[in-house]
Design a protein around this ligand. Structure first.
Ligand code: SF4
Length: 351
């Protein structure tokens, strides 16, 4: 069940990387919130800042060359940007867990999967070796690994790619975290196992009120899992709102384009002009960091671009309040100048 107060509040988060050409801004003022029991889906093309945002929350950005150059990550009243390394080790894997995209880079090849799942239980939950092993077997069973009593003593290279991914999920869920960040967690899995994993995540959420931040390319997974959706482009949040608001009334041409990539979700109602891109993909590519300039980062690909779009980056405009039953959820907002020009706009900047 969702609660009204944010568990995590990210404010004006900036990340930059030092390169030979200078400081490269990869996150440019990211703002969002997550509440207990809520699933926030983060969508956008590769390189838009989704995974970088997740890494920044856990202070896992490789430093140097990367660094958080501004903003706050408030977790239950504590700013994790300012937390000590020791405090972050307590938070990671215990209060906030992450399922990474690449299981082989996250699993240690010289320890059994049982040891790796049990490690956080011994460290954070104070379990002895026997209790941790039993819990590891139970977690392997829950993520759908057959013969978990045998698999618990195997090493990562003895498992298939799909099984390794499920081990990662078991590790992330073992301590029943307050927040679970899942970066494309089911990409390598077949549809049946994917459904099983989503069921498991929902069960965890029901039981413990875990907040889930699900990073995905898959708009089908968004429609199935998300309470709220956040769309990123070129290191910024360009739209967010309830799933219903964002999927049925997208406020940004980029979101419209993502939805039109999915025939079953696309419709021609957005923007009130009946226009719908003919191509089932968004033409063009995300601009490089060095090409962003001052204006809207989407302008080279946008069918609605106007003079103002090249001159000034649009702020986030509030389009509607929280959907019914969403408590104090952030309003539906989109960062697009169309909401100044179009009659649908409310001309009100989001808080
Ligand atoms: Fe398109 Fe302009 Fe809106 Fe950017 S601000 S999405 S270029 S209309």
């Amino acid at each position: 069940m969702m609660s009204g107060n944010p568990l995590l509040r990210v404010q004006d988060l900036h990340v930059e990387f030092k390169t030979r050409r200078g400081q490269a801004p990869v996150l440019n003022g990211v703002d969002f919130e997550i509440r207990s029991g809520e699933t926030l889906c983060v969508v956008g093309e590769s390189g838009c800042g989704k995974s970088m945002t997740a890494l920044a929350l856990l202070r896992l950005i490789p430093s140097p060359p990367g660094r958080i150059s501004g903003g706050r990550v408030m977790f239950q009243g504590e700013d994790l940007v300012q937390a000590t390394d020791a405090r972050m080790r307590e938070v990671r894997g215990n209060r906030i867990s992450m399922i990474f995209q690449e299981p082989m880079t996250s699993l240690n090849p010289v320890f059994t999967v049982g040891d790796q799942i049990g490690e956080s239980l011994r460290l954070h939950a104070g379990m002895n070796a026997q209790a941790a092993r039993e819990r590891a077997i139970e977690m392997l069973r829950q993520v759908g690994i057959p013969a978990p009593e045998r698999r618990v003593d195997e090493y990562p290279h003895q498992l298939s790619g799909g099984m390794r991914q499920r081990v990662m999920i078991a590790m992330a869920l073992a301590c029943r975290p307050d927040i679970l960040i899942a970066d494309e967690p089911t990409t390598a899995l077949d549809v049946t196992v994917q459904a099983q994993i989503f069921d498991l995540l929902r069960e965890l959420q029901r039981e413990k009120g875990t907040a889930i931040m699900l990073i995905t390319h898959d708009m089908g997974a968004v429609a199935e899992m998300a309470d709220r959706v956040m769309v990123m482009y070129a290191g910024r949040v360009i739209e967010q709102g309830s799933t219903e608001q964002v999927l049925s009334q997208p406020g940004h041409p980029y979101t419209r384009g993502l939805i039109d990539c999915l025939p079953e979700l696309g419709s021609s109602a957005a923007f009130g002009d009946g226009a719908r891109p003919e191509l089932a993909e968004i033409a063009g590519v995300v601009p490089s960091i060095w090409e962003l300039g001052r204006g809207c980062a989407f302008r080279e690909r946008c069918p609605h671009a106007m003079a103002r779009c090249a001159a000034e980056a649009p702020p986030m405009f509030a389009l509607e309040g929280p959907a019914e039953g969403e408590g104090t959820g952030a309003p539906h907002g989109a960062a697009c100048w169309l909401h100044v020009e179009a009659p649908r706009a409310r001309m009100k900047e989001a808080a």
